[in-house]
Design a protein around this ligand. Structure first.
Ligand code: ADP
Ligand code: NI
Length: 214
C-alpha cells in the first residue's frame, strides 16, 4: 500500500465529483491503469507516472473558463500538503502542463519519458469504443449535432473550418481522434492505439451506412 497514492486517489475522486462523464474519476482510473501498463515497458519513475496520471485532469481549462493555471495551483498545493519532494512536484506539474493535445506544437523537445507515457495513456482513452462513447457524451453535454450531411468531414481541418462545421461530434473524429494513433510516443502505446483506431474506422463506416440508410 502506498499512502501517497491512496491519498491522491481520494483527493481526485472528491475533486471530480459531478464531472462530465468523459472527464470524470473513471477516465482518470483508466488513464492511470493504461499508464501503468505502458510504464511496465519503459524505464521510468513509476511514482511520477502515477501521480501525473491521477492529477492530469484535476481542473480542465475547458470547464474552468479557459484558465490553464488552476490545475497547476491545485495539484501543487496538494502535493506540498503531502510533503512530496520539490523535484517530484516539478516533474508532475510539468506533465500536467504539457500533456494536452491542443497544446501540441508548443511543447518543448526531449520530453521526459513519464510525460510520454501519461500522454499516450490519455490519448488512448480518447480513441476506440471508449473514445466514441466519450466523444458523443461530450457532444451531448454541449448540445452539439451528432453529424450534418452538408458538412463533409475531413482530416486536418483548420480551427476556422471546424467552427464553420458547427463542431458536430462526427467532425471531432477528423479534427482529433483519427490523428492520435500517429502521435503515440511509446511502442506499447502505438500497439494499443492501432487496434482502437481500426475500430473507429469501422464505427464511422457503419455510422455513414446507417445514416444514409444504405
Ligand atoms: P486534450 O485535453 O487532450 O486537449 P480534450 O480534453 O479537449 O483533450 O478532449 C478530451 C475528450 O473530450 C476528447 O477526446 C473527446 O472525447 C471529448 N471532446 C473534446 N472536444 C470535443 C468536441 N468538440 N466534440 C466532441 N467531443 C469532444
Ligand atoms: Ni484526460
Amino acid at each position: 500500500m502506498n499512502k501517497l497514492i491512496d491519498n491522491t486517489v481520494a483527493f481526485v475522486k472528491e475533486k471530480l465529483e459531478g464531472a462530465e462523464a468523459g472527464h470524470d474519476w473513471f477516465h482518470i482510473e483508466r488513464v492511470w491503469k493504461l499508464s501503468e501498463k505502458i510504464a511496465e515497458t519503459e524505464i521510468c519513475n513509476r511514482e511520477v507516472v502515477a501521480l501525473a496520471a491521477l492529477l492530469h485532469d484535476i481542473a480542465d481549462p475547458k470547464f474552468h473558463n479557459g484558465d490553464e493555471t488552476i490545475a497547476l495551483k491545485i495539484s501543487g498545493a496538494f502535493l506540498e500538503s503531502q510533503n512530496v519532494p520539490e523535484e517530484v512536484i516539478g516533474q508532475v506539474l510539468f506533465i500536467i502542463k504539457n500533456i494536452s493535445f491542443k497544446n501540441r506544437g508548443e511543447v518543448p523537445q526531449n520530453l521526459p519519458v513519464e510525460l510520454k507515457i501519461v500522454q499516450d495513456a490519455d490519448r488512448i482513452d480518447a480513441i476506440g469504443a471508449i473514445g466514441v462513447a466519450r466523444t458523443f457524451n461530450f457532444g451531448g453535454f454541449k448540445n452539439n449535432l451528432m453529424y450534418h450531411p452538408d458538412i463533409e468531414p475531413k482530416l486536418n481541418m483548420s480551427k476556422e473550418e471546424y467552427k464553420k462545421s458547427d463542431g458536430t461530434t462526427i467532425n471531432h473524429f477528423y479534427e482529433k481522434l483519427l490523428l492520435l494513433k500517429d502521435l503515440m510516443n511509446t511502442e506499447k502505446g502505438k500497439e494499443i492505439a492501432q487496434e482502437r483506431h481500426d475500430f473507429m474506422l469501422k464505427f464511422l463506416d457503419q455510422f455513414y451506412k446507417e445514416w444514409n440508410v444504405d
